[in-house]
Structures are given as structure tokens and as C-alpha cells.
Design a protein around this ligand. Structure first.
Ligand SMILES: [Zn+2]
Ligand SMILES: [Zn+2]
Length: 241
């Protein structure tokens, strides 16, 4: 990136953050998106309880949903870490998202509030959940529909897993991280210490694939988006996608 281009991006980044802080609009949009996402998740989880299939399918549904959730959310993270559209309407959201590299730790909060707050920047999830809601009216295989529903719910849980990875020292969390149900710091630290890898954040199981996609199609963040907040003075806790 040329120096001129970099300076322009840094200014656009700071401008986007100025807008982010100067209006309540962005926080209101996050709240709206959270409420819609969580309401749809509740309706869909209720629908899931009405589906009938043999209990033997449960481990299959959980493992497949875990992998798909980890993969899709990792891809969104990969895309967002390379998104430089600071001048667009979404610019303040994009700039705020990039701050998770400047300050990886979250402000401590209870897990429900983390689940609620971190569902706010997940704009894409509304469309996904609406799509699954429409699917539920079709004659679709109940195992397949359960996987679609669980992916919609676990996408918010993935944010809680990332929070716990950075902020928790609890023994039970450590246990869940060690058995691979939650994202461990051992796995995740490469995202913050190295470049262009480790994007998955439910438990990191799909990083073997996402890392390959990243290497092939993306330039990495250390020499790009991470430079855009180099001179930004705020130490906000990022809102993450
Ligand atoms: Zn990132
Ligand atoms: Zn992180």
C-alpha cells in the first residue's frame, strides 16, 4: 500500500470512529439487530423442539452444526478483517470491528449480556435466520432443519466462546476449552500474534480450511487494516461481527 493511500485510509478510519461515537444511531442499530436475532433464535429453537427424529441423530446434528457454525462465522470474520469500506454507511461498524485487533480483551460482563451485545453486529445473521424460518414451513428433513436452526443459535454462542477465550480464567471454561467445545487461547492466539490465520472462533475446528482460503485470496491484516488504526487514540472495546 502506498504511503498516500495508507494516510487516506487512516483518516477515513478515524472519521468513521468519530461518526460512531458522535451518534447513538449505531448503538440503537446494534440493539435492534440483537433483539431481532435473539427473537428469531428463540422461535426457531422452539420449532426445533417440535421436530421428531431418533435420538441417535443428536451427536451427528451437534458435530455438523458445530463445524458449519465455526466455518461460516470464521469466513465472515475473514471478510470483515479485510473490509476497508470506512466511507460507506457501514463504515463506523467496520472501523469499530477492526478494534478487536487493537484491544482483544472485552469489557467484563455477564454471559447473557455478552450473548446479547455481540449478536448486535451480526447483520448477516438476521437474513440467515429469516431464511431458516421460511425453510421451516417447507417439508424439509427434520435432521437437516435442526442443523440449520442450531447453526443460527451457535453463531451467537461463538461470540461468547471468543469472549471467554480472552476474558475467562475459570476452571470449568478451561475444561471446556481443553476438550475442544470452546475456543482455547492456545489455538486462538495465532490470530492476534501472527497474520492472516486463526479466524474461526466457536472452537477453531474449521481453521484448517479457512487458513487455506485466507492464504489464497486475502492479503492479511497486519500490513493492511491493522495499520489503519495505528494513530487512532481511542481504546474502545470493539464490537465484533
Ligand atoms: Zn480478526
Ligand atoms: Zn480474539
Amino acid at each position: 500500500m502506498s504511503k498516500y493511500n495508507l494516510k487516506e485510509k487512516q483518516e477515513a478510519f478515524s472519521e468513521a470512529m468519530r461518526s460512531y461515537h458522535s451518534s447513538h444511531l449505531y448503538q440503537k442499530i446494534y440493539t435492534f439487530v440483537s433483539v431481532v436475532n435473539i427473537s428469531l433464535q428463540i422461535v426457531l429453537l422452539y420449532i426445533a423442539t417440535t421436530l421428531s427424529f431418533g435420538l441417535i441423530w443428536v451427536p451427528f446434528i451437534v458435530v455438523v452444526s458445530y463445524f458449519i457454525t465455526d466455518f461460516i462465522n470464521g469466513l465472515v470474520h475473514l471478510y470483515m478483517d479485510h473490509n476497508e469500506g470506512y466511507n460507506s454507511f457501514f463504515g463506523p461498524f467496520i472501523a469499530s470491528f477492526h478494534l478487536h485487533h487493537k484491544k482483544p480483551e472485552y469489557t467484563d460482563n455477564n454471559l447473557f449480556m455478552i450473548y446479547f451485545n455481540e449478536s448486535g453486529p451480526k447483520f448477516w445473521l438476521i437474513f440467515y435466520l429469516l431464511f431458516v424460518f421460511l425453510l421451516s414451513f417447507l417439508e424439509i428433513n427434520p435432521v437437516v432443519l435442526s442443523i440449520f436452526i442450531l447453526v443460527g443459535f451457535l453463531s451467537s454462542v461463538a461470540e461468547v466462546s471468543h469472549y471467554l477465550c480472552h476474558n475467562s480464567k475459570s476452571k470449568s471454561v478451561l475444561f471446556l476449552q481443553n476438550i475442544g467445545l470452546l475456543l482455547s487461547m492456545k489455538h486462538h492466539k495465532k490470530h492476534h500474534n501472527e497474520d492472516n490465520n486463526g479466524y474461526a472462533f466457536l472452537n477453531g475446528m474449521s481453521d484448517v480450511f479457512i487458513d487455506k482460503i485466507a492464504k489464497r485470496y486475502y492479503a492479511g491484516y497486519k500490513e493492511n487494516s491493522d495499520k489503519h488504526f495505528e494513530f487512532y487514540k481511542g481504546m474502545d472495546t470493539a464490537n465484533r461481527a
